[in-house]
Ligand binder design. Sequence first.
Ligand SMILES: Nc1nc2c(c(=O)[nH]1)N[C@H]1C(S)=C(S)[C@@H](COP(=O)(O)O)O[C@H]1N2
Ligand SMILES: [Mo]
Length: 311
Amino acid sequence: MLIKVPRGWEIPEREATPESVYLRRREVLQGLGFTGLTGLLARKPLSANTGLYPAKRNTKYILDRELTPEAAAIGINNFYEFTLDKQRVKDRVGGFRVDPWTVEVKGLVNNPRKYDFDDLVRRFPLEERLYRFRCVEAWAMAVPWTGFPISALIKEVDPKPKAKFIRMVTAYRPREMPGIRSQPHYPWPYFEALRLDEAMNELSLFVTGIYGKPLPKQNGAPIRLITPWKYGLKSIKSIVKIEFTAKRPPTLWNEVAGMEYGWYSNVNPAKPHPRWSQAREKLIPHMTLVPTLPYNGYEEFVAGMYTGEEF
Ligand SMILES: Nc1nc2c(c(=O)[nH]1)N[C@H]1C(S)=C(S)[C@@H](COP(=O)(O)O)O[C@H]1N2
Ligand SMILES: [Mo]
């Protein structure tokens, strides 16, 4: 059971102005024919995300290419819980409820917690970063993500010395996720994992926004992982559970087809997928071909964690 005790200075705005009172005031004002500035401001009910976006950009992370147009990045998705059709994910997410949302952190930590998302998103300072993104299927993009380093959350929950991995799990809502019903052979819910040092790497983000706005459902609202040196399948969406473990946890794609999808899934242009080359990538939306770089161009940040044998 999550018992939320907000400190005085962090009372969410929607509690400071109970929505019912707020909406009633709107009706009264509208009834009086008052639809001026107040009407405009009141149109959208205050939400978990009020005032957080856009976050300040961290200029340390620079791109070697243009940003992908927003419409493509939020319109062409992989989210098999909804459909395998990349262009249709956005049309199938309507029934997915992402508010309220709880993220449970458990396992080998000194401070296990259940974070209410509204609290979580205000607890760790958000920043914007421009990252390259490379799907294992050889399409790629460049995206302004908003989020916070995973290391901030890890420090707060304080892993025990035995913790060596973190396992993450997506929401399982067959009634809201039509792809779970039409693809029953997958071992839902989606699960992924990182080594603890990978999770602590400065590049590893928990992402809550994109293009200066809250994450759309098709991109993994309200919170997903981004590890830009790994294939996109590692970047698990709509996370509800984070568990610290001593043993290496399995991951969905590695479990389903280990020959095709490595546990690490570090981007490696020299190692072809059994069915296609990984030497080049197609930039959406025009599918311009460009070379793929080792660790997706992030070698300087991550190569020190590996022997080169991980895949
Ligand atoms: N829960 C969940 N997470 C997921 C997936 C998925 O099907 N389910 N697809 C993965 C794959 S293969 C990719 S390439 C990225 C796509 O993220 P995007 O749609 O935001 O571009 O999400 C990853 N995270
Ligand atoms: Mo992917």
